[in-house]
Design a protein around this ligand. Sequence first.
Ligand code: FPP
Ligand code: MG
Length: 308
Amino acid sequence: MEERLQQVVEQAGPEISSVGSYIFNGSGKRVRPTLFLLAAYDSNARLVHYVDAAVALELIHTASLLHDDVIDQAPTRRNKDTVHARWGNKVSILTGDYLLSEAFKILVGYQEWPLMDVIVNMVKSMTEGEIEQTFATADSSELEERYFNWIGKKSASFFAGCCRVGKMLGGGDSKEQNHWEEFGYNLGMTFQLIDDLLDYTGKGEKTGKPIYGDLHNRVITLPLIRSMKHASENKGTFPKQLHHEGSSSHFSEMVQAVLESDGPEYTYKKAQEYINLAEKAVDQMVTLNPKVKAALKDLSAEVLNRKQ
Ligand code: FPP
Ligand code: MG
C-alpha cells in the first residue's frame, strides 16, 4: 500500500508530486486503510486486489486533512509544518481536491456501485459534520448532543465506511457488513473523543500538533463543552469569555478552567463507553477469523489509550 501511495504521488505533475511526497513521507497512522483491509481479509482472499481501495481511502483521509488544516489554520501536523503553512491555502485546498479526485478514479475502477454509494455518502457526511462544527457557537443549545452528532458525521462515518466497504468487497453478507460498520462507527467515535482530549492533555511532541489548538481556534469540543457547563452552573462567565473578541488574554484562564473541570475525565469516560460498544460489535461477528479478532481488540485498546 505504501508503494502504491508513492506511485500515485510520483505519477502526478511536479507540483503535486513535491507536495505529495512531503505529506506521505513515512508519517500517519494509516488506521483507516488498516481497518478496511482487516474487514476485507479472509484466509482465502487475495488482499492484493484490495490494495488500491486501501490507497484510495488514505487519499480521501489526506484530502480531508489538507482542507481541515486550512479551516482550522493549524500550523503543524505530524510534527511538521502543515501544507498551507508551507505553501499557502491555495496549494493545500487544490492538492486536497486532486487527491480526492484520484481516490474516486481508483474506486470507480472497481465498477461496484454499492461501494461507490457508501463512499459518496461517507464524504458527504464528513463535510456535513465539519460544517456543523464550524457553525456551532458556545451558546448553541444542546451543545453536547450536537457535538456527538457532528463528530459522528465528520470522523466516525469514515471509520464505519472503511469497515463496510471492506466487508462488501471481501464478500460478507449484509448482517456481517452491519456488524463491521457498527464496530467502525464506535471505534471512530472513540478516536475523535481521544483526539479532542489529547488537544488538552496530550504532549505536542507526541501528537505532532500544537497543544490547545482547538481552543486557540475556537473549535468547540467535549472537554470545553463540559467545563462551560460546569462554569455556567457555578459562575456563568466562561461562555462570555469564549466569545469575547480580545479573549486571548483569557486564554490561560480558559485552559485552566477546562483542565480543572471534569471535562477531560468525562471525555475519556465517553471514549470508554464507545470502545465497549465497538467490542460488543466484534463479539457479534460469529464467523470472524481469530487473528482478525485479536487485531481488532488490539486496535481498540490502541485507539483508546493512544498518546499520539
Ligand atoms: C479533522 O478533525 C478532520 C476531519 C475528521 C474531517 C474533515 C472533513 C472535511 C474537511 C470535509 C470533507 C473533505 C474532503 C476533501 C473529503 P479535527 O480538526 O478535529 O482533527 P485534527 O486535530 O487532526 O485537525
Ligand atoms: Mg483540525
